[in-house]
Every structure is written in C-alpha cells, then in structure tokens.
Design a binder for this molecule. Structure first.
Ligand code: NAD
Ligand code: DAU
Length: 351
C-alpha cells in the first residue's frame, strides 16, 4: 500500500480518489483535519476497504512509527501542509510547525522505517514530497519559466516554509540515502478546492452576490493546472522518477488574475445567470494588494515530459468549465465548509 499524508485536503483527496480509480493498491491516509481537511471530500470511498483513514499529525512521531510498522507501505506521498499564502502573512506559526518541523519529523519516521526494511523493500521504497513553484520566487515579465535548476528565492512565509521542507527532503537523501522524489507544481484548481483560494472564492462569492476581491491591479500571473493532471504527474513520478531528482509540474497556462476572474464571471453568466440580470463582472472590486505579492510564476515542465512522458490532459478551457460545473452541482459541499472558522477568516482578511 501507499501512505498518503494530507489526503483530506484539496489535492490530497483528489489524489486518493484518482489513485483508487486507477489502481487497486490500498491507500493509508493520515490527515490532521485542520480547517482545510474535510472527510466529505472522500465520501465516495465510504465502505471501500482499500482506503484507511486516521486523523493525526505528521509531526506525531510515535503515531507515525506505529502506523508505518502496522501497514508496511512501499511509499509515502507527503501532501500535508499549511497551504494558504494570505494566512501565512497573518501568522506563520502553523506553517513552521507543519511544513518545516512536521516534514522533518516525517522524514525521520520514514528513515527509521526504511532503514529496517529488507534489501529489496529498501531499494523499492520511495518518499515523494509534494511541493510548489512558489519556492522559486517571482519572475519578471518575459523571463524564462522556472526550470528545476532555478535558484530558490521564496518570498512569503508560506513559500519559505515549503522551501525549507524541500531542503530537508534533499538533505535526507544526500546525507542519509533516503530514496526521495520532489515535485514542484504550479497553481492547481478543480473540485474540493477550499474557497479561500482565488478560483473557488470567486465562484462562491459571485453566486452569493458578494464582491469579487481582486488584489491590486489584478495583473499578477499564475500558471494553472487542473488538479487531476497534478495527480497523474505525481503517480508518474512515483512510478518512474529518478531517486533524488525534482520534477517541475505545470500546465503551460499563464493567466493574469483579472483574466481568471473574467473567465469565471463569463462562464457563470452562461451556466447560472444572475437572477436580476447583468454580468457577474459587475461584482469585481479591486482591494488592497497582498504584502510581498509575487508578480509572476511560470513552470517549465519539459523535464517531466521528456524523461517521464507526462503531459497534462486538460486545457484551461476544459478544466475551468468542469470546475464551475462541479461547484454548481455541489452547493452543499460549499455550504458545509463555510463554517464559523471560515467566516472568521473572511472577516479578518476582507472586512
Ligand atoms: P490544503 O490546505 O487543501 O490541504 C492540506 C491538508 O493537509 C489538509 O487536509 C490538512 O488537514 C492537512 N494537514 C495540515 N497539517 C497537517 C499535519 N500537521 N499533519 C497531517 N495533516 C495535516 O492544501 P492543498 O492545496 O491540497 O496542497 C497540498 C500540498 O500540495 C501542499 O503541500 C501544498 O504546498 C502543495 N501544493 C499546492 C498547490 C495548490 O495550488 N493548491 C500547488 C502546488 C503544491
Ligand atoms: O503556485 C502554487 C501555489 O498556488 C500553492 O503552493 C499554494 O498552496 C496555493 O495556495 C497557490 O498560491 P497562490 O497565492 O498563487 O494562490 P491564491 O489562490 O491564494 O491566489 C492566486 C492569485 O490570486 C494570487 O496572485 C493572489 C490573488 N488573489 C487571491 C485571493 C484569495 C486575489 O486577487 N484575491 C483573492 O481574494
């Protein structure tokens, strides 16, 4: 079996669902269930014996050691993290605790488990660390996209904590020989995306008749990838990636934030027209910019294509249409995640 951490979050839950749709190999899923973790994402697996869930922290060394000894996974895929840049600006403590200390402890638990395996199992074992393009910092307009050789220049508390985790993973390979793989992916979007992030926030606010808060001039650029394409990239790297290597994952879909918001509004105009008429674009408002806001990210995904034959299946046009259709069909999911904690966050950030 494989051992997934953070498998109740946005990408982790998509990965677990996709994994069990593609293979019969069981998944052990360890997730702390922070505000971002949601077992409703995994409802389709209820009664499916191939999925075992335990609520817990990657930094709980005794728990992780016990679970690894009991379930004997052939691989660990680490999604668990604090993932929201704006929250890291309000307070970075949880980011340091999970993304840095938690990753360190998980690496140590993995190393102890891996060291005691027999020779064949040791050779086959993999620790795959899921990371982000934000570790590379911000690109000037027209500058070449991030390759795996790009210098690390993290600018936010979130990206600094992810950069630290990447360095720890690298060191555990270089010094201790742990068979690691790292993926650095661009912005994901799709089902189960928590409505604190740009695309789901815009969909949910638009439908609720609320303002669509665009930071600054909205000309910041992100490189968007539909979440199941990220999942297939991770599966491919786990299968065939070279130990110790990093792989950049991206969709070749650079878009400004304002153009993303326009696309969301236009699709909603088509699929769920406003009751009183007019376009959802009328709800767009420009608000104070994010401190230290990175201007542009872009991923050069040629290495993973050349070496592992991976390419995204979705274009932005197909992926965003599926995403909006999913949110329209799953209003109950959105209502349920908009808990008291969610409302507190929205009040602190936007009001
Ligand atoms: P998310 O915030 O939606 O989910 C994170 C999950 O981790 C949640 O289920 C949460 O409960 C769990 N978690 C948090 N702390 C934990 C801990 N200490 N122990 C166990 N579980 C814990 O995040 P996401 O967007 O799904 O991102 C998953 C991973 O992918 C992260 O490592 C993130 O840095 C990386 N990533 C995200 C994106 C993106 O666009 N969302 C892009 C590239 C990389
Ligand atoms: O690049 C990968 C990263 O993408 C991941 O590592 C992070 O976990 C993930 O959250 C995401 O980070 P971003 O900061 O790029 O995503 P976010 O959705 O928060 O914001 C996307 C862009 O939209 C960014 O330029 C800020 C802007 N924005 C965001 C929000 C929430 C707005 O203009 N208004 C908003 O209300």
């Amino acid at each position: 079996m494989i051992f997934v951490t953070g498998g109740a979050g946005f990408i982790g839950s998509n990965f677990v669902l996709d994994w069990l749709a593609q293979t019969n190999e069981p998944v052990f899923n360890l997730d702390k269930l922070t505000y971002a973790g949601n077992l409703a994402n995994l409802q389709a697996l209820q009664g499916d014996g191939r999925h075992i869930f335990v609520q817990g922290d990657i930094g709980d060394t005794a728990l992780v050691a016990r679970l690894l000894a009991e379930h004997r996974p052939r691989a660990i895929v680490n999604f668990a993290a604090e993932s929201h840049v704006d929250r890291s600006i309000h307070g970075a403590e949880d980011f340091i605790a999970t993304n840095i200390v938690g990753t360190y402890r998980l690496l140590e638990s993995a190393r102890a488990y891996w060291s005691a395996l027999d020779a064949d199992a040791r050779a086959a074992f993999r620790f795959l660390h899921v990371s982000t393009d934000e570790v590379y910092g911000s690109l000037a307009p027209g500058a070449a996209a991030f390759t795996e050789e790009h210098v690390y220049e993290p600018n936010s508390p979130y990206s600094a904590s992810k950069a630290a985790s990447d360095h720890l993973v690298r060191a555990w390979h270089h010094t201790h020989g742990l068979p690691v793989l790292t993926t650095n992916c661009s912005n994901n979007y799709g089902p189960f995306h928590f409505p604190e992030k740009l695309i789901p926030l815009m969909i949910v606010n638009a439908l609720a008749g609320k303002a669509l808060p665009v930071y600054g001039d909205g000309q910041q650029v992100r490189d968007w990838l539909y979440v199941t394409d990220h999942c297939s990239a991770i599966r491919r790297v786990l299968d065939a990636g070279t130990v110790g290597e990093t792989y950049n994952v991206g969709g070749w879909n650079e878009k400004t934030n304002l153009s993303i918001v326009h696309t969301v509004c236009d699709l909603l105009d088509e699929l769920a027209p406003r009751a009183g008429g007019g376009s959802y674009r009328e709800q767009i408002t420009h608000v104070k910019d994010r401190p230290g806001h990175d201007r542009r990210y872009a991923i050069d995904a040629r290495k993973i294509e050349r070496e592992l034959g991976w390419k995204p299946a979705e274009t932005f046009e197909t992926g965003i249409r599926k995403t909006i259709a999913w949110y329209l069909a799953n209003a109950e999911w959105t209502r349920d995640v908009q808990s008291g904690a969610y409302r507190d966050w929205v009040a602190a950030q936007y009001e």
